[in-house]
Design a protein around this ligand. Structure first.
Ligand code: NAD
Length: 291
């Protein structure tokens, strides 16, 4: 079994990005500037945004964190989006999801300039991804693809079962894996909460991408020998033995599944760090595109 070490891979990609930033600096060019908008005080969102900003600093990007209370109105948020769209110093920005319930997420996402949408959530970028045109790919699916690429995991002709059909993970990773590309050329089945007999479906899969948000859902009996398993799940599970009061659990029962796999991602240290570097890669490409 080979561990798909997202933490180590992300570290080496960050070094590559940092040296590109250094070269931009030496050439007297502007360094990339990523902004992040966080509305509300959700603990997990604060952690995610915090690590994105910290990663910007690690690679030499400029970063701006805009925080607003949960009581922020939709029109106030739309005004922030308008300002970011018009700010020539900002190369790309992200809006940390979920937004408070009283804000129409689609309306705000639609207002983001697709050229600055480094999360790849704007319909223009989603559409371009569908058509295999240049675009910003959503960070988590792009991170999974990059991890498979760097470990040269064979994907051509493989049957992939993606568990989860969300717009940010399950659906886009399915699109990317069926493309005529490497990694890609897979035969993809998308499973979701209404799928019948998921157990046998998974047992026939060469590759399983688990992105459903149910801790340790994928068990040993669901995985065939030699399968590749990518665990996207991040759930905080109460754990009184931890100082924080919780531990992070993936969607895969690692202890049962790992021994049957050819490749597997750990949680933490698998897909999570790759998601963050994808965002940095998108921001770097925004700079190259515009300047
Ligand atoms: P989501 O809640 O939007 O979607 C979950 C999907 O799982 C849905 O499509 C649903 O139909 C499916 N599902 C739920 N129960 C199921 C079941 N019993 N059988 C089959 N399918 C089922 O979740 P999401 O935003 O895609 O996130 C999924 C998980 O990935 C979460 O734990 C989230 O925290 C994590 N995540 C991790 C990263 C990362 O960087 N590692 C990024 C994004 C999301």
């Amino acid at each position: 079994m080979i561990l798909l070490d997202g933490a180590a891979t992300a570290k080496s990609i960050k070094l590559e990005i940092a040296s590109e930033v250094e070269a931009l600096k030496k050439a007297g060019k502007k360094i990339p500037h990523l902004a992040a908008v966080l509305v509300g005080e959700d603990g997990a969102s604060m952690t995610y945004v915090g690590s994105k900003v910290k990663s910007c600093e690690e690679v030499g990007f400029a970063s701006t964190l805009i925080t607003r209370p949960a009581s922020t109105t939709e029109s106030e948020l739309l005004e922030i989006v308008r300002q970011l769209n018009n700010d020539p110093d900002i190369d790309g920005y992200i809006l940390q999801l979920p937004l408070p319930k009283h804000i129409d997420e689609h309306k705000v996402l639609l207002a983001i300039d697709p050229e600055k949408d480094v999360d790849g959530f704007h319909p223009v970028n989603v559409g371009r991804m569908m058509l295999n045109l240049p675009c910003y790919l959503p960070a988590t699916p792009a991170g999974i693809i990059e991890l498979l690429r760097r470990y040269q995991v064979p994907t051509e002709g493989k049957h992939v079962v993606v568990i989860g059909r969300s717009h940010i993970v399950g659906l886009p990773v399915s699109i990317l894996l069926q493309r005529n590309a490497n990694p890609g050329n897979c035969t993809v089945t998308i499973a979701h909460s209404r799928t019948n007999d998921l157990k046998s479906l998974c047992a026939s899969a060469d590759i399983i991408i688990a992105a459903l948000g149910k801790p340790e859902f994928v068990t040993g009996d669901m995985v065939k020998d030699g399968a590749v398993v990518v665990d996207v799940g991040i759930t905080r599970v109460p754990d009184p033995s931890k100082k924080s009061g919780f531990r992070i659990a993936g969607d895969v029962n690692f202890a049962q599944v790992a021994e049957k796999c050819s490749y597997i991602t750990p949680v933490p240290g698998g897909v999570g760090p790759m998601t963050i570097v994808s965002l940095l890669m998108n921001t770097l490409s925004a700079v190259k595109k515009h300047r």
